[in-house]
Write a protein that binds this ligand. Structure first.
Ligand code: 13P
Ligand code: SF4
Length: 312
């Protein structure tokens, strides 16, 4: 961007931030932002986090309004856990393709084929799927959740890559759905080798939503929060990062003296980037779009989410 355009954008953002602070007070609102949101959104959030931390925060907050800057299933989980609050999302088109890869009919069929299996569902799923689920998990607690379930046979939906990773850390038998994250699944072994050749001293940190052969190359494998913690604590000064580009905001904030090389330029979730500062301000102004989950679905889905929150 040209200097003038940059200056204008900075001035606009300053005005938007001032309006936002005023509105937040008036509405008694809290802004939650996932680590994959745009920098301008993460900057103004009251709380940044991964799927697990944000679900926990939504369940605990005293605010009357939750503005969920993330994708739709995250807003839904917040609404399910805090049914008396108003939950807003800056742009309701922010969906998750992986969440859309599993449908209720298919899951019911699988349950009928495996009547003794328990259903463990990645939080990246719709409220309807959660309502068909015994317990939810996120990438931060997936193995612990699996170990907590009182069955040796598990139906796992929808992420096959995370399912494959979890399967390597449990003796239980996972029946794995064929979904995947379009963004993390894009990273290839070739990309990683190229980066390793370029930065031989940089450890490769990778999210388990990536393909198994890519995860295998990881010097560290973990959820978004686990990656952030690892890089923050490490003495190493540069890293090759195998997760979504938005994490760069927190990585650089935690360690301004370190360098983070994203493993490809394609590690960008377009759905997460649909939200921006302007839409965030607008949604608090208009109190739209609000997340709605039919109470009968929400009541069933809540059980699977609350079970997850209880797993230590
Ligand atoms: P976490 O927030 O659990 O790391 O999940 C990554 C993700 O893809 C969220 O959409
Ligand atoms: Fe869905 Fe992947 Fe985007 Fe997360 S990063 S919202 S799993 S598409």
């Amino acid at each position: 961007m040209e200097a003038l355009a940059l200056e204008r954008k900075a001035e606009q953002n300053k005005e938007l931030r001032e309006r936002l602070m005023k509105l937040k007070k008036e509405r008694n609102a809290i802004i939650l932002a996932h680590y994959y949101q745009r920098d301008e959104v993460q900057e103004v959030a009251d709380f940044r986090g991964d799927s697990f931390l944000l679900a926990q925060k939504a369940a605990q907050t005293d605010a009357e309004v939750i503005v969920f800057c993330g994708v739709h299933f995250m807003g839904e989980s917040a609404k399910i856990l805090a049914p008396n609050k108003t939950v807003l999302i800056p742009d309701e088109r922010a969906g998750c393709p992986m969440a859309d890869m599993v449908n209720v009919d298919g899951l019911r069929k699988l349950k009928a084929q495996h009547p003794n299996a328990k259903v463990v569902t990645y939080i990246n799923s719709s409220a309807e799927i959660k309502a068909e689920t015994d317990i939810c998990c996120t990438s931060a607690n997936a193995v612990r959740v699996i170990q907590s379930v009182d069955s040796d046979e598990i139906i796992w939906v929808p992420d096959k890559n995370l399912g494959h990773y979890v399967q390597q850390h449990t003796d239980k038998k996972l029946i794995i759905w064929e979904g995947y994250c379009n963004t993390h699944d894009m990273l290839t072994v070739k990309d990683v080798y190229e980066m390793k050749a370029k930065y031989p001293d940089a450890p490769f940190v990778v999210h388990p939503e990536c393909r198994p052969e890519v995860v295998e190359l990881g010097d560290f494998v973990g959820s978004t929060t686990a990656i952030l913690e690892y890089c923050k604590k490490s003495d190493v000064k540069q890293f090759i990062v195998g997760t979504e580009d938005g994490t760069g905001y927190q990585l650089r904030k935690d360690s301004p003296d370190k360098t983070f090389h994203f493993a490809t330029k394609f590690l960008v979730c377009p759905n997460m980037k649909v939200n921006n500062l302007k839409k965030l301000v607008k949604c608090l102004e208009t109190m739209k779009p609000q997340i709605y989950v039919p109470p009968a679905i929400a009541d069933k889905a809540r059980i699977s989410l609350e079970r997850m929150l209880q797993v230590q």
